[in-house]
Design a protein around this ligand. Structure first.
Ligand SMILES: Cc1cc2nc3c(=O)[nH]c(=O)nc-3n(C[C@H](O)[C@H](O)[C@H](O)COP(=O)(O)OP(=O)(O)OC[C@H]3O[C@@H](n4cnc5c(N)ncnc54)[C@H](O)[C@@H]3O)c2cc1C
Length: 434
């Protein structure tokens, strides 16, 4: 049954995190446990930590198909935005918008507490972020974001063309604003740190794919060729949820891509703008995110593909083209690491947070911004199992309502159409007089 996600290239973040990488071992024997979690991303790790805290006398078992931090959690761009007005205000009701913001803020407090308590070195920086427009269409969108921020009295700084060139080193951006409310992190270092600091009553097995689940509490789970008998089963498997037979019509899988530069020379570093550390998120939905890291490296995340990972050469070319559009003076061989990662999207942005059967639970639908959200939802999922009430849990149970997504071929057509629609809006605005 279950197919898991495997990637063509390793995470560049994990490759440069050599000083803190966890040595994961696969499952070597059959096991019996009360709590089994499948998935060692932010969702599964937060669930494991919370279970261990609530049940110190139980042994909590986690299995993952991949090596430590080789999942989406260890291959993302590391933006932890805890006030995403631009994203949520447009679509969500006030109630949903407030709930999602609370989730992110609670997720940040939870992660920060763990990072501080365990001295996890992961480049945690309250850097803020730029929101930038590369097209006329984007400029219009950015104006709308500014109006929303003003209405909600959220402070931001608008950059002049000269400030954009000076701070970001590029003339590619037509307009930009800077906001706080974004923490930047080295995602693979964070994931390795989260694994290493799990309580002693959590056992995590890597390179241990789940290939079959039978029974009904207790579940008989085949993992890495061994049998695990589990009373409670928590599926924190992101894009793989449909492979377990759940959320098939609630989520779809998109791949997105990232490149990380080799160490920059002094002059290359200066060419990426005056500050040592910055992050840019795009205002146009299909555009790129980028980061400058401690003055030493540059990262670019861009592009999407439906359901399947693009060939490595195509990805590299796309990223290099995007790099050169922004920084034409850079060398085309700047990227030392190039990789793809998968995300699960729901139609209305709500996560899948569900009881799927008797003592069977599922958490997915990260919607491409899951560091804070999936961390908090992992904890709340366990609170729902253990009967630990909170206002945020109640809201999550009431408001997580991902709606129906038709299957292929309609699904594929809808994805293509929405990508084309955004592209068309951009093309139209580029032709219009400014
Ligand atoms: C390139 C990229 C950039 C991104 N940038 C950001 C960003 O800047 N900020 C942000 O907040 N989010 C970002 N995201 C999204 C973020 O990475 C995800 O939302 C988050 O990692 C989801 O966490 P998770 O625990 O739900 O899933 P995952 O990290 O995907 O973990 C799920 C785990 O389940 C395991 N699994 C699946 N099937 C099986 C099986 N059969 N057997 C065993 N194990 C299985 C997988 O191996 C995996 O480890 C980005 C994602 C990508 C790909």
């Amino acid at each position: 049954m279950a197919k898991h996600c495997s990637y063509a290239s390793p995470s560049g973040w994990n490759a440069i995190a050599s000083n803190c990488r966890v040595q994961g071992a696969p499952l070597q024997t059959d096991l019996k446990t009360r709590y089994l979690i499948v998935g060692a991303g932010y969702a599964g790790l937060a669930a494991a930590r919370r279970l261990a805290e609530l049940y110190p006398d139980e042994t909590i078992v986690v299995v993952d198909a991949l090596a430590p931090a080789e999942n989406s959690s260890g291959r993302n761009s590391g933006f932890m935005i805890d006030l995403p007005y631009a994203k949520i205000v447009a679509n969500a009701s006030q109630e949903k918008s407030a709930w999602q913001t609370k989730l992110l803020q609670a997720g940040k407090a939870l992660l920060e507490d763990i990072v501080q308590k365990h001295n996890i070195t992961c480049g945690w920086g309250e850097t803020g972020h730029y929101k930038a427009a590369t097209t006329h269409f984007g400029v219009g969108e950015l104006r709308a974001v500014e109006r929303t921020l003003e209405q909600n009295r959220v402070p931001f700084r608008r950059l002049s063309a000269g400030q954009i060139r000076d701070e970001l080193g590029s003339s590619h951006y037509k307009q930009a604003i800077w906001l706080k409310y974004c923490t930047l992190v080295q995602p693979a270092e964070l994931v390795n740190g989260l694994i290493a600091s799990l309580p002693a009553n959590v056992n995590v097995f890597f390179d241990t794919p789940v290939t079959a689940v039978t029974g009904d509490s207790p579940y008989l789970v085949t993992a890495g060729g061994h049998q695990i008998t589990a009373e409670h089963l928590l599926l924190c498997v992101n894009t793989a949820m449909p492979c377990f037979g759940h959320a098939k019509y609630k989520q779809l899988t998109l791949y997105t891509y990232a490149g990380l530069s080799r160490e920059l020379s002094q002059s290359e570093s200066e060419a990426f703008g005056s500050a040592a550390e910055w992050g840019i998120t795009p205002v146009e939905r299909l555009e790129a995110t980028s980061r400058k890291l401690g003055g030493k490296r540059f990262m670019l995340r861009a592009g999407f593909s439906y359901k399947r990972e693009l060939p490595a050469e195509k990805v590299r070319k796309m990223l290099v083209d995007m790099l050169l559009a922004r920084y034409p003076q850079m060398s085309a061989d700047l990227f030392e690491h190039v990789w793809g990662g998968a995300v699960s999207l729901t139609r209305n942005g709500d996560p899948v947070f569900e009881r799927l059967g008797d003592k069977l639970y599922g958490l997915s639908g990260c919607n491409a911004s899951g560091i804070l959200k999936m961390t908090m939802l992992g904890k709340l999922l366990v609170d729902s199992i253990a009967g630990v009430p909170s206002a945020l849990l109640k809201q999550t149970q009431e408001l997580s309502r991902p709606n129906f997504i038709p299957p292929d071929p309609i699904r594929r057509i809808a994805v293509d159409l929405s990508i084309r629609k955004i592209q068309h809006q951009i093309n139209q605005s580029e032709r219009a007089p400014s």
